[in-house]
Design a protein around this ligand. Structure first.
Ligand SMILES: [Fe+2]
Length: 422
């Protein structure tokens, strides 16, 4: 849905696998009395009847869809994406070079064989600055008879720094010896202050890569967001066997597999489909349950941790599962629901430090996100995140969190103000 400056509200496709809404966060919105505030509540719950003309069943894009094909050759960059650093003056550029392999025997590419270079500047025909970064590959291994292993292309992450606020930059990425991307552009966030905000932020969860996804992302792009938050559950590669066979109900249809398999090429398909958006608009991701992806050696979250850049070090975190950043006058906190959140743990200690630095005179808005909601009417996930709520609710409440965004439930729902279930 969109909250417009004139106070009207537009809802759009109530898609099955997606929760998505836009916020205008500007001084005009703050003082707009035509938009009811939660402070005016509590309101009587309202349920909008499902529009049966909408697609009722999410259908994945097939491997043959042109939008998921590899369009580059050799070691030219693909799947280009941006992520904010902790402040406006820095941004992450990520991309992939080389082809993934899937089979019984795979040979990982050498990350050092391809350089990670971004050339950038404020003029499209004069990219006078250069930044270098690091690269890696990850493996998704299933050492069981008949299952296939995966090794990724080379994943590059470069952080470019020294950027000015609210400024358009042009860039290309790659390795000059093997091919650079075409020139893309992005706009930096405004300086953090009570009077400067990104004009539009999209928040999406549980995207997958279905025909519903394409409709929602198309709608999202048409609304020209300055920033996109993805609150967990990304590619749904874990609804597939390693041979590429999919199912709506993995546990029902694949009950005899020795391990919960995944089909990692779905991640590459997702990155290719999203590139038009993510090469221009920063995407901030936090993990969902579909990113767990257990493999050999009890490794988990390898695709999530490898493919995306996160400003975790910049925000004082030691984990890619939780971090924070500023976007104009908003301080965003991204929490990890699938890592230790106990009061004696590192995440909780980091959150205490992060919130202690939160300065409402610089960033008046405090927005906190994580994947599974603490409060929802969806009974299938009833109290699923109760332990996290018990551990963390008091802390984020004590700092006056303004808005919480979650995913996990594949429907749009918003609640009256709530604390400790009241
Ligand atoms: Fe989920």
């Amino acid at each position: 849905m969109s909250l417009h400056r004139d106070g009207s509200i537009t809802t759009f496709l109530g898609l099955q696998l997606l929760l998505l809404f836009f916020c205008f966060l500007s001084p005009a919105s703050f003082s707009d009395a035509t938009i009811p505030s939660t402070l005016d509540g509590p309101f009587t719950p309202v349920t909008i009847t499902l529009d049966t003309s909408l697609r009722g069943k999410a259908v994945d894009l097939p491997d043959t869809d042109p939008r998921v094909q590899r369009y580059v050759t050799g070691f030219q960059p693909e799947q280009i994406s941006l992520a904010l650093s902790s402040n406006y003056d820095s941004i992450w550029v990520s991309w992939i070079t080389g082809e993934f392999q899937i089979g019984m025997n795979v040979t990982p590419l050498d990350p050092k064989s391809i350089a990670s270079i971004v050339q950038f500047g404020t003029l499209g025909d004069s990219l006078i600055h250069t930044a270098t970064g690091s690269s890696l590959v990850y493996n998704q291994l299933y050492p069981f008879e008949g299952l296939l292993n995966y090794t990724s292309g080379i994943i590059h992450h470069v952080r470019i720094t020294g950027l000015k606020p609210s400024t358009v930059y042009y860039y290309r990425c790659g390795d000059p010896s093997h091919g650079m991307s075409k020139i893309h552009h992005f706009k930096t966030m405004p300086v953090s202050s009570p009077s400067s905000y990104p004009s539009r932020i999209a928040i999406v969860g549980d995207t997958g890569l279905t025909y519903n996804t394409t409709a929602t992302i198309s709608h999202l792009v048409q609304n020209s967001p300055d920033l996109v938050l993805l609150v967990g559950d990304v590619s749904y590669a874990n609804l597939y066997l390693t041979n590429g066979t999919s199912s709506d109900c993995y546990s029902c249809n694949f009950s005899n597999t020795p391990i919960h398999e995944t089909y990692q090429p779905r991640w590459d398909y997702w990155g290719r489909f999203m590139e038009n958006l993510t090469s221009t608009v920063p995407l901030m991701v936090v993990e969902g349950n579909h990113e767990l992806e257990l493999q050999a050696g009890n490794k988990t979250f390898e695709a999530y941790s490898s493919r995306f850049a996160f400003p975790y070090i910049e925000s004082g975190s030691t984990s890619k599962f939780y971090y924070s950043f500023n976007a104009g006058g908003i301080h965003f906190v991204m929490l990890g629901a699938y890592i230790d959140f106990d009061r004696s743990g590192e995440q909780y200690e980091w959150l205490k430090r992060d919130l202690a630095k939160f300065n409402r005179s610089v960033t008046p808005w405090l927005v906190v996100t994580w994947h599974p909601p603490w409060y929802s009417t969806y009974t299938a996930h009833y109290k699923e995140a109760e332990c996290m709520k018990v551990a963390m609710e008091e802390l984020i409440y004590s700092y006056g969190t303004d808005i919480v965004f979650n995913g996990h439930v594949h429907a749009y729902e918003r609640s009256n103000r709530v604390y400790t279930t009241n």
